[in-house]
Ligand binder design. Structure first.
Ligand code: ASN
Ligand code: ZN
Length: 321
C-alpha cells in the first residue's frame, strides 16, 4: 500500500505549501492517478461525416486496422512528449481528450485539425499514401490544437506560417522523441514515407534544407524558402503558410543542431515557452516571434550558449531580433 501513497518528498512539499500559502489544493490529491491520455479513434468509412464510428477507445487493445493503431500510438507519443518534456497535460493543459478520425473521404490527400479533432485521409496511392504513416504528420495536426489553446496564431501570412512551423517543430520533435534521436541523428523531414513511390521526393518538407523535399512532374518543386531573402509573397495557401514556414523551421533546426543533444530538451523548451508563455499576439510576425524566443530563452537559460545559438540561428535565416 505504501506505493500508492505520496512520496515523502511530495508530502513535505504539500506541508510546506499548505503552511506557507495555504495551497494544498495546488497539488493533486494523495494517490491521484498520473496524467494519462484519453484517446478515441473513429472510422469515417471513406465518408465525410465527422467524427464517424468509434473504433478504439483509451485502453482498448489494438485492432486489425493498422491506420487506427498508428493514429492511436501517434496521439499517445505526442501526449507523452508534452507531459514528460514540458509538464503539459494534453493540448489545453487540463487533460483535453484527444479525438481523431481516419479513412476520411475517398482518396483524400491530406490530414487536418478541424478545431476540435484530427482527421486523416488515406491518400490516393498515386501521389500520397496513408497520412497516418509518418508520426510527425500525426503530431503536426495535434500541435495545431496546442497552438489553438495557447498563442492562437491566426492562419494567414506570417502568423499563419509561424502556426504551421510550430506544428512542424512539434511533429519533428515527437518523431525524434519516439526514436530517441539527437538533433544530429534526426532527418528533420516532415512526412517522410508519405509520398507514393512514383513521386520524385523524400517528404513534404525539410526543416534542414527547405525547398529540397521534392521535385516532381505532378507535385512540382518544393516551394519552401530557408531564409528571408527567398520569402514568397503570395495570396495562395493562406498567404503561403505552408511555404514561408520553411524560414522559422530552418531557424529551429539550426538552433537545435548547434546546441546538439536531444532537440526537445533545450531548443524545444524555448519554442514551447514562446508558444505558451503569453508573449505572442495572434498576429505575431517572424520578427516579433524571434524576439519572444529571445525573451523565453533568457528567462529559461540565462545569457549563455542557448541565447548565443538562438541569436545566430535567427541571423542566419535573416530574421532580426
Ligand atoms: N495538412 C494541412 C495542415 O495541417 C491541412 C491544412 O492545410 N490546414 O497544415
Ligand atoms: Zn498544418
Amino acid at each position: 500500500a505504501r506505493r500508492t501513497l505520496e512520496s515523502d518528498a511530495a508530502q513535505r512539499t504539500r506541508r510546506r505549501l499548505t503552511t506557507v500559502i495555504g495551497a494544498a489544493a495546488a497539488l493533486p490529491p494523495a494517490g491521484a492517478a498520473a496524467d494519462r491520455p484519453q484517446r478515441t479513434i473513429h472510422d469515417c468509412g471513406h465518408g465525410t461525416v465527422l467524427p464517424g464510428e468509434k473504433v478504439r477507445g483509451e485502453g482498448d487493445d489494438p485492432g486489425k486496422d493498422a491506420t487506427v493503431n498508428r493514429v492511436y500510438a501517434g496521439l499517445g507519443a505526442t501526449f507523452e512528449l508534452l507531459l514528460s518534456a514540458y509538464g503539459r497535460n494534453s493540448l489545453d493543459g487540463e487533460g483535453l481528450p484527444l479525438s481523431a478520425s481516419v479513412h476520411y473521404d475517398e482518396n483524400y490527400g491530406n490530414a487536418f485539425w478541424d478545431g476540435e479533432q484530427m482527421v486523416f485521409g488515406d491518400g490516393d496511392g498515386e501521389i500520397f499514401l496513408d497520412f497516418s504513416l509518418p508520426v510527425d504528420v500525426i503530431a503536426h495536426e495535434l500541435a495545431h490544437g496546442l497552438t489553438q489553446y495557447t498563442a492562437n496564431l491566426s492562419y494567414f501570412g506570417q502568423p499563419g506560417a509561424l502556426n504551421e512551423s510550430m506544428s512542424d517543430v512539434m511533429g519533428s520533435l515527437v518523431k525524434q522523441y519516439t526514436l530517441d534521436q539527437t538533433a544530429d541523428q534526426a532527418d528533420w523531414l516532415i512526412g517522410a514515407g508519405l509520398l507514393a513511390p512514383r513521386v520524385t521526393g523524400v517528404a513534404l518538407r525539410s526543416m534542414k534544407e527547405p525547398g529540397t523535399a521534392y521535385d516532381d512532374d505532378v507535385l512540382g518543386k518544393d516551394p519552401q524558402p530557408a531564409t528571408m531573402d527567398q520569402y514568397v509573397r503570395t495570396g495562395r495557401d493562406n498567404g503561403g503558410v505552408h511555404i514561408n514556414s520553411g524560414i522559422p523551421n530552418h531557424a529551429f533546426c539550426l538552433l537545435a543542431t548547434q546546441l546538439g543533444g536531444k532537440a526537445w530538451e533545450r531548443a524545444g523548451q524555448i519554442w514551447f515557452d514562446t508558444l505558451t508563455g503569453g508573449g505572442l499576439t495572434v498576429d505575431a510576425d517572424f520578427a516579433s516571434f524571434a524576439r519572444a524566443t529571445v525573451s523565453a530563452a533568457t528567462s529559461r537559460f540565462g545569457e549563455g550558449e542557448e541565447l548565443d545559438a538562438l541569436l545566430k540561428a535567427w541571423s542566419q535565416v535573416g530574421v532580426p531580433t
